[in-house]
Ligand binder design. Structure first.
Ligand code: ADE
Length: 231
């Protein structure tokens, strides 16, 4: 899979996408991630990519020209399955969308910035608008890093223990059950005895019950989704 990210602020992306699972997946060639500077596609002598809004509202707006030039440059080389724009008023991101994106071959993520982007970019150049939650970040770079990380995590080969990504919270619309490691007793705080029993079936049953209970308490909306998908 190939992910191209168009951004204005470099530092916010290079760090998160240069460590741990994503770093190893890039080194192994499981995923290729290219980060491009939108300013390189500006024709302005100061390399500006934003301008004042028509109608006089506060804040700067990202211009359509450098964005279209950057997209043209990439799309002339290969075809892309999605051009994603990160924005707080997009569709709320979730695990199902991460799974879906991980099945695609080439995607572009355009990081939103300033007060917004010229609406014509959204109307004509972008195929999907994604929000990573109901809060506003200073820029779309962190959202792009979140999206890229969650995609890479579920790509086959990214995680050596194949089942590990599949047992993440949300994969089956359930939150993950609690986990424990040594010591079995710490300051008088014990571990649920079933986990020390060596009884595989009972452990699995306990885990499922715990996952259900946690989801019921914290995210009952996920259980509604589970019922809908079973209907
Ligand atoms: N840009 C600013 N806030 C955002 C959010 N919540 N999701 C995606 N992009 C954003």
């Amino acid at each position: 899979m190939r992910i191209d990210i168009l951004r204005v602020l470099p530092e916010l992306l290079e760090g998160p996408l240069g460590h741990s699972i994503v770093k190893r997946a890039r080194e192994k060639g499981t995923v290729e991630i290219f980060i491009h500077n939108l300013r390189d596609f500006s024709t302005d002598k100061h390399r500006r990519v934003d301008d004042y809004p028509f109608g006089g509202e506060a804040g700067m707006v990202m211009c359509i020209e450098p964005i279209e030039r950057a997209l043209d440059h990439l799309q002339s080389k290969r075809s892309y399955d999605e051009v994603i724009f990160t924005t707080p008023d997009g569709l709320t991101y979730n695990q199902q969308e991460a799974n879906r994106l991980s099945t695609l071959e080439n995607i572009i993520i355009l990081c939103g910035h300033y007060k917004g982007v010229d609406q014509r970019v959204r109307d004509h150049l972008v195929t999907r608008e994604i929000s990573i939650g109901d809060y506003v970040l200073s820029g779309g770079e962190l959202a792009a890093a979140v999206i890229a990380d969650s995609i890479v995590r579920v790509l086959p080969g990214s995680i050596s223990d194949e089942t590990s990504a599949l047992s993440d919270s949300f994969q089956d619309n359930l939150l993950s059950p609690p986990v424990y490691t040594r010591p079995a007793e710490y300051k008088g705080w014990g571990v649920p005895p079933v986990l020390l029993s060596g009884h595989k079936a009972r452990i699995e049953e306990w885990r499922h019950e715990q996952a259900l209970e946690k989801t019921r308490m914290r995210r009952p909306d996920l259980l509604d989704r589970l019922e809908e998908s079973e209907d």
